[in-house]
Design a protein around this ligand. Structure first.
Ligand code: ARG
Length: 422
């Protein structure tokens, strides 16, 4: 039975689970009458307009696919087939090989990603046959389990049905499959991740009872078909790989009770291949330590931990020139790398990854390709000039296939109101 995969299993944490009484699927507000369009965050359930596929975009992609995969058959024949299918239906269907290659090249073309050396190794889970929100939720959970067997993380993407004219595909509202709730308190402070206070509030309005109120409560998934109302679904504890943070030297660090999830699965970006929009195509790599240690836990508008750590280190936080922030950042990043290593969970560091990125760039240039790169994203947020990626410029170009943001998905993931459609 489809729901069994989502049935709540005992989380690894021993704390009581406040939503243990409900099965994994919490239900859809679409079936309850006390939910108005208003609480659906501006999403009325209207069918969004999906325009017919741009024939030129399809042709460009098929040309690329055949150029880089000479054994793939006769391009001319495939083009004829695809043109006919578009004329008949307004869209076309990628072969499994076209989908796999398209997803890998979308990663290769992602100018903001430093980890692209491994683009050929992306595992593609073709789930284009899954047509219900429940099915999508089940496969998202399966993705989480499948992407990190024995704590070894494998770059993985799960591709759900694309948008078709008259039949929009599924949407995963969450920005990532695993993210922590942010509970806004009356005094303006936040328990949890402040980035998600509005999204958390939206989920509460949609029927989520809330978690235990810890700083690291995993949010449920919200999945809709097209712009319809979402199904909420808790993620079983065994699918949420997390690492508790400790420091190799400072015993007080562990007592801060910090943790982070191990697998970053971006779930609100659109995989665009040859004019086709796969709006639900969650994908993951593994973390680079600085993403957690220098951003998620450190940014003033996220967990804002630099002052806390500096205080424990006994630093002078009155003067900027004591460089207390810098000392605190380094120790936080030491703790992140140390903890993942100790837990046997895949993670890279910014020095290694910078070198790997330049290797990738060189390889791409040897292949005669442009490697688009956005300096502001590639350069790590600490010790920038101590890494080789700092000391040069890059060409940045928007190439296709790619992962793109649609404004409505961006807004939904942060719990912001928006007009329907993308
Ligand atoms: N920076 C995001 C986060 O901290 C994750 C982005 C993707 N990162 C990755 N290593 N694949 O959650």
């Amino acid at each position: 039975m489809v729901f069994s995969v989502l049935t709540w299993r005992k989380p690894r944490r021993s704390t009581p689970d406040p939503i243990r009484d409900v099965p994994g699927v919490l239900g859809s507000p679409g079936v309850s009458d006390d939910v108005s369009d208003d609480v659906c965050n501006g999403f009325s359930g209207d069918v969004p307009e999906v325009p017919p596929v741009d024939v030129a975009a399809a042709e460009d992609y098929l040309g690329l696919f055949h150029a880089e995969n000479p054994g793939a058959g006769v391009l001319r024949e495939r083009l004829r087939e695809v043109r006919q299918e578009i004329a008949r239906t307004g869209t076309y269907t990628h072969t499994p090989d076209e989908l796999i290659f398209g997803a890998r090249v979308a990663w290769r073309n992602s100018g903001r990603c430093i980890g692209r050396l491994y683009w050929r190794s992306l595992r593609v889970r073709d789930r284009r046959h899954v047509t219900t929100a429940e099915g999508v939720a089940v496969e998202c959970v399966n993705h989480l389990r499948d992407a990190a067997p024995n704590r070894r993380i494998r770059p993985t993407i799960t591709v759900f049905p694309p948008d078709r004219p008259g039949a929009p595909g599924p949407r995963i509202w969450n920005e990532q499959l695993i993210r922590y709730a942010g509970y806004a308190r009356k005094d303006g402070s936040v328990v949890g991740d402040p980035r998600y206070t509005d999204f958390t509030a939206t989920l509460r309005e949609l029927g989520w009872a809330g978690g235990q109120g810890s700083p690291f409560d995993v949010l449920p998934l919200a999945i809709s078909m097209g712009d319809g109302p979402p199904l909420l679904s808790t993620i079983p504890g065994d699918a949420v790989l997390e690492v508790a943070l400790s420091h190799p030297v400072h015993p007080w660090f562990e007592r801060l009770g910090l943790r982070w999830h191990a697998v970053p699965v971006i779930s609100n970006m659109c995989l665009e291949i040859g004019g086709i929009c796969y709006r639900a195509a969650p994908f993951n790599g593994w973390y680079m330590g600085t993403e957690i240690g220098a951003r998620n836990l450190a940014d003033a508008d996220r967990y804002d931990l630099m002052p806390v750590i500096a205080r424990h280190m006994g630093l002078d936080t009155e003067s900027d020139r004591s460089l207390w922030r810098d000392y605190a950042l380094v120790e936080l990043n030491v703790a992140v790398l140390h903890s993942f290593e100790r837990a046997g969970v895949t993670m890279t560091d910014h020095h290694t990854e910078s070198r790997h990125f330049l290797m990738h760039l060189e390889r791409e240039e040897k292949e005669g390709r442009v490697c688009p790169a956005d300096w502001t994203w590639i350069v790590p947020p600490i010790s920038a000039a101590a890494t080789p990626v700092f000391h040069r410029y890059y060409e940045d170009r928007l190439l296709s296939p790619n992962f793109v943001h649609h404004p409505d998905s961006l807004a939904r993931a942060l719990g912001h109101r928006t007009a329907t459609g993308g």
